[in-house]
Design a protein around this ligand. Structure first.
Ligand code: BGC
Length: 793
């Protein structure tokens, strides 16, 4: 067998360029003359979406049956990277059972705002937690021989206009929040692939961004793998190869090969960059990966059990007044809500899984032997609201305990678009109010991939957040309700009281193409704590059916310098009468008067299982890195000469222990920033953001005939041209063949994906059906340059 290097030497520049583009929707190109095989990719983070037939990035065309695990927002609430390793292994085995080489996941973008339509696919608002959970997933998957492709690098924190948005992020927030999750996952678990995102970061598309792809990812973090574009995210082939991109996906039918070859001849494309890209693609293709020799059916059964176990460890008990939970098995309950029979267990888009089996909450209750009466209470479609609610309220009057299953309908959460509101459907909120008025023993099971406002929070006694819990969410929910499983999930994101409390609420989605991350590092709890803004439930919070006590924090040293680490020891006692698991969360605290520094930041954690009455000493190591800060001038992380603190707390009680640490490092540079960045009260202003970062928001552009380009979208072009409107509708209908329900998330996703994708990106993904020539003619038509329509460019 020839070495990679020898093989590469034989390849002509044409062949090298050919290697850097996919051959179809899911595969890299094979070059049989040189025995180069192709490799196969499949989505995605909460299971395998292997499409044997026609490929799409939308989750619309059917995929082969595979286990549907809880989605990322639930998985992160386990705070258990070892359990996530098991999930990665399970997906890895399913991938290998179908000869998939690379799995497109995990997604670890930071949850900047609760309305991002894809938050269910992401882990956390905190980079340390997201990075460590992501690393667990990658380690597990890659231990079975499949390659992981960490996504979406970087600054991809909204869905609306994701192909044209520009994320404007100041250096401290970029490095300490948005890149940090990726750095941790890359350095801890060495994924074979990283997927660059659709959007721009500070003016440059991620696919062309040398600062992200080379300076940070490859040089500073030591990434040795392959950079793959998100599907249709390539902006400029030559710029991308030079910047550190390797593989363009899906196939654009070699649309840009000639351009790359010409650039190679005239010196604009660096030969070393092309060589690196070809080598990186070859490495994934040629890696020998184990065959799966087991029985796929048995694998699916085992993985189904694991999916349930993960959900049982993820669900978060948010309220348990008067110990209303767990309920007694013998006790009959009234269950209310359409979500109890049509329980959502995953989100929509490219992560959509076709599971072998699935249990609704009602089915789960039956399996667990819980006796119940059922009332629908509300309908997702909002029809017959009064009648349904009336019957449920009547039944609730005589019930001992009422379990309401509430949550976001399918159409609310999807890849491709953001949620317009943080509210639950009004009929559900109204129903819970009415039920609370007649029965005080009310428990709510919440089914949603992201935070929702809970206006009735104080009127219910029990609240369990199930997130989107995978195929067996129903069985997991039942086991939690009756206490067969003791809840141990902790929130991986803050639950704001109302959307207006979110620091980015005023600007999010208002100007989606030029997005000021004006709140800087003050995302999630980093903001709520320092701004003294009350939340419904804080980051890291989660109750248990037992109680825990934390005591005796001791550090082995109270000073730290480069190369050292501190060992923090603490005693955890299960003071209740049930076995259970608790999370010890370790933060590094900052003095409140520091600019662009939150009061505390998570830098370590451990999930610990304790029998009733048991006590354990928990040790968490904090390396110097945990005390370091980004120094933009030096372009690296430095230890600052400041006093910090180690702050430890547990998920079920928010009392904390703390110990001071003197950091021996560089004197801090004196920079002056607007006071909002020292004491963030209320919302940041755009002028303060520009003063702090030098970044400026571009006003929204409304294109008119004469101004359209290849980057214009069908929606924009349609605005002034009936013919284009017609063409776009035909295109959309053509692509929407499998979609029957116009209100479904798939239909909304399809509308966004056709109407809001720049024409050139549509062409890139059109399997050769939309040529660049045709794109130019359409642009000319919209520009009313009729002679160009006839003669081409
Ligand atoms: C998504 C990716 C996904 C890819 C392939 C894109 O639209 O953003 O997350 O892996 O499609 O389905």
């Amino acid at each position: 067998m020839q070495s990679l290097e020898d093989q590469l030497k034989q390849l002509s520049p044409e062949d090298q360029v050919k290697l850097t583009s996919g051959t179809n929707f899911w595969q890299s190109v094979a070059i049989p003359e040189y025995q180069i095989p192709s490799f196969r990719m499949s989505d995605g983070p909460n299971g395998l979406r292997y499409q044997a037939g026609e490929g799409d990035a939308l989750g619309i065309n059917d995929s082969v049956i595979s286990t549907c695990f809880p989605t990322a927002s639930a998985v992160a609430c386990t705070w258990d990277p070892d359990l996530v390793v098991e999930m990665g292994r399970a997906i890895g085995l399913e991938a290998r059972s179908l000869n998939v080489d690379m799995v497109l996941g995990p997604g670890i973008n930071i949850k900047r705002n609760p309305l991002c339509g894809r938050n269910f696919e992401y882990f956390s608002e905190d980079p340390y937690l997201a990075g460590m959970i992501g690393a667990g997933w990658i380690r597990g998957l890659q231990s079975e021989g499949a390659a992981a492709c960490l996504k979406h690098f970087a600054g991809n924190n909204q869905e609306n206009d994701r192909l044209l948005s520009d994320s404007l992020i100041d250096p401290t927030a970029l490095h300490e929040v948005y890149l940090e999750a990726f750095r941790i996952a890359v350095q801890t678990a060495q994924p074979e692939g990283v997927m660059c995102s659709y959007n721009k970061v500070n003016g440059t598309y991620s696919s062309d961004n040398a600062y992200l792809l080379t300076d940070m990812l490859r040089r500073q973090w030591g990434f040795k793998g392959t950079v793959v574009t998100d599907w249709g995210a390539l902006n400029n082939k030559v710029a991308s190869l030079n910047a550190g991109g390797d593989l363009e996906m899906p196939s654009s039918h070699n649309m840009f090969d000639q351009q790359a070859l010409t650039a190679l001849k005239d010196g604009q494309l660096k030969p070393a960059a092309l060589y690196r890209a070809a080598e990186n693609v070859l490495r994934v293709a040629e890696k020998s990966r184990p065959k799966f020799n087991g029985d796929r059916q048995t694998l699916l059964e085992q993985n189904g059990k694991l999916a349930q176990r993960i959900e049982e460890n993820a669900a978060v008990l948010l309220k348990n007044d008067d110990h209303i939970l767990p309920i007694q098995l013998a006790q009959k309950v009234l269950v209310v809500g359409q979500m109890a029979t049509e329980t959502r267990y995953q989100g929509a888009g490219s992560s959509h899984i076709n599971p072998p089996a699935q249990t609704s909450i009602l089915q789960g209750l039956s399996h667990a032997g819980i006796v119940y009466d059922y009332q629908q209470g509300y309908a997702f479609s909002n029809k017959e609201a009064d009648q349904l609610a009336g019957a449920a309220v009547k039944a609730a009057k005589n019930a001992q305990t009422v379990v309401v299953v509430a949550g976001l309908p399918e159409s609310a959460e999807s890849e491709g678009f953001d949620r317009p509101t943080m509210a639950l459907p009004a009929n559900q909120n109204a129903l819970i109010d009415q039920l609370a008025a007649v029965n005080s023993n009310l428990i709510v099971l919440l089914v949603a991939g992201a935070p929702v406002e809970l206006p009735w929070q104080s009127r219910v006694k029990g609240l369990i957040n199930l997130y989107l819990g995978g195929q067996f969410v129903g069985d997991a929910a039942a086991n939690l309700l009756v206490g067969k499983v003791n809840p141990s999930g902790k929130l991986a994101e803050s639950y704001p009281i109302s959307y207006q409390d979110v620091p980015s609420a005023d600007s999010y989605d208002k100007n989606p193409r030029s997005v000021a991350y004006a709140e800087s590092v003050y995302v999630g709890y980093r903001y709520y704590e320092k701004a003294n803004q009350p939340v419904a439930f804080p980051f890291g919070f989660g109750l248990s059916y037992t109680t825990f006590k934390l005591s005796g924090l001791a550090l082995d040293q109270h000073q730290i310098q480069a190369g050292q680490s501190i060992e923090a020891k603490v005693t955890l006692e299960n003071t209740g009468d049930r076995d259970g698991a608790e999370v010890v969360e370790v933060y590094i605290g900052n003095s409140p008067n520091r600019a662009l520094k939150p009061l505390k930041e998570l830098k370590g954690f451990q999930k610990v299982f304790l029998r009733a009455g048991e006590t354990k000493t928990v040790t968490v190591e904090l390396t110097a890195r945990a005390f370091s800060e980004w120094d933009d001038q030096q372009q690296e992380w430095q230890l600052p000469a400041v006093d910090k603190a180690v702050v430890v707390m547990i998920g079920s009680s928010r009392e904390s222990l703390s110990a001071p640490v003197n950091v021996v490092g560089q004197a801090l540079a004196t920079t002056s920033v607007p006071t909002w960045y020292i004491t963030p009260v209320g919302k940041p202003s755009l002028s303060d953001f520009t003063a702090m970062s030098g970044l400026r928001v571009q006003p929204p552009i409304t294109s008119r005939p004469g101004q359209y380009t290849r980057l214009s979208t069908p929606r924009e072009l349609s605005a002034h041209s009936a013919i284009i409107r017609k063409i776009a509708t035909v295109l959309k209908n053509n692509q929407s063949k499998g979609i029957t329900d116009p209100d479904s998330p798939e239909a909304k996703f399809m509308d966004a994906i056709i109407m809001d994708t720049p024409l050139i990106r549509l062409a890139q993904q059109s399997d050769g059906k939309l040529s660049l020539g045709l794109v130019d003619r359409l642009v000319a038509l919209a520009n009313r340059h009729y002679w160009q329509v006839i003669w081409g460019r």
